[in-house]
Design a protein around this ligand. Structure first.
Ligand SMILES: Cc1ncc(COP(=O)(O)O)c(C=O)c1O
Length: 363
């Protein structure tokens, strides 16, 4: 395996200090156990047996997760879900299970760094479909088709998209499925923002109608709980599920039993948490749109779902971001997501967003 550190982690390590606010954070509102659980639920954590759990994840947890998908996939169930330590372990496991050296994976660029960089860890090659602002960041099926070769093993998508906020629609996904069927490819859907549907546009895509599709999701984003390392993959492909579970027996083996218990409680109140966090995102996007409108040098495509947006500055980016850092506000440049030019990413999940914006609005 060839491992290279993920770009944004390297970037954080090189910062001279921590900033008070991270305006680019990709997670929902920060919460403690006291914010999300009742006193009785917190007390119940004290009696969880600290044993090895099951490789695939507790049945009641998978059943809570499945509730999120029951309407879309009534024919599937908890057997199609495997619990893992975040989407990161999900993506890693999928690539490890499907790739041989020389195999190719097609995906969009810019993107979350591990989507483009993971294939190389297994000797694979990432083939980019470049998104551009002029097209509101929308890819075309032709661009994906043009990248297919004899060595292509899979296509990876992410919608709502990190970092642009772009949304794919079901018609597009159906065409991608047809392309995958034609060339016998896996379709990997990084769904981490799929429940961040703050405008009710309906952004959960049906990818699992396809036999070789797999989705990955997590508590980190919409739920705002990245410190509970619970994510999951879901697929109707039994062979891929088994490979991922077998791989897990050499990795984490099972989840922390405390994390699984917290996640069970979270799933029992999932609808309320999703609603609350999406409301925060909606309000923050509204605020930020006003900020862009008052700032002649900034432009963007306002996202309709998800929790991220990509903003262009007509003034040089580095001095601008340095000046914001001086005001204790960290903003991530687009280069971390492999986009050239003066772009930066903004995340709308945090309750303190208005305070962070106030720090840089005084210019
Ligand atoms: C698109 C995307 N996929 C995957 C991840 C990984 O998240 P986690 O490891 O918390 O599952 C992130 C985190 O920012 C992300 O933005």
């Amino acid at each position: 395996m060839k491992i290279r550190a993920m770009k944004h982690h390297e970037f954080y390590e090189k910062l001279p200090r921590r900033a008070r606010y991270n305006l680019s954070d990709a997670c929902g509102a920060t919460a403690t156990l006291q914010d999300i659980l009742s006193v009785d639920e917190i007390a119940a954590l004290a009696s969880v047996p600290l044993i090895y759990g099951s490789v695939e994840g507790r049945d009641d947890l998978r059943s809570g997760i499945y509730n999120l998908y029951q309407q879309l996939y009534p024919e599937l169930g908890i057997d199609h879900i495997t619990v893992l330590s975040g989407t990161e372990e999900g993506l890693f496991s999928i690539m490890a299970c499907i790739l041989k050296p020389g195999d190719e994976v097609i995906g969009m660029l810019p993107c979350y760094p591990s989507l483009s960089d993971l294939p190389a860890c297994f000797g694979g090659v990432f083939k980019p479909v470049e998104l551009n602002s002029g097209n509101r960041w929308q890819p075309s099926i032709g661009d994906f088709a043009a990248q297919v070769s004899e060595r292509t093993k899979g296509i990876v998508i992410n919608s709502p998209h990190n970092p642009t906020g772009m949304l794919l629609d079901q018609g597009f996904v159906d065409s991608l499925i047809a392309l995958c069927e034609e060339h016998d490819l896996y379709l990997i859907s990084d769904d981490v923002f799929a429940f961040s549907d703050f405008s009710g546009i309906g952004c959960q895509l049906n990818v699992l109608k396809y036999e070789k599709a797999i989705l990955a999701n997590v508590l980190s984003k919409t739920f705002g709980l990245p410190g509970v390392r619970i994510g999951w993959v879901m697929t109707r492909n039994e062979k891929l599920s088994k490979l991922i579970r077998d791989l897990k027996t050499y990795n984490s083996i099972c989840q922390s039993q405390l994390d699984e218990q917290v996640a069970c409680f979270v799933m029992q109140k999932a609808d309320a948490l999703i609603k609350r966090n999406n409301e925060i995102v909606r309000e923050n996007i509204e605020l930020f749109d006003g900020f862009v409108a008052n700032n002649n040098s900034l432009s963007w495509h306002r996202p309709e779902a998800g929790m991220l947006g990509l903003v262009h500055s007509s003034e040089p980016l580095k001095p601008l971001l340095d000046s914001w850092f001086e005001k204790d506000v960290l903003v991530l440049p687009g280069e971390l997501f492999s986009i050239e030019g003066d772009y930066f990413r903004v995340g709308f999940g945090k309750k303190e967003f208005s305070k962070a914006l106030a720090c840089i609005s005084a210019d």
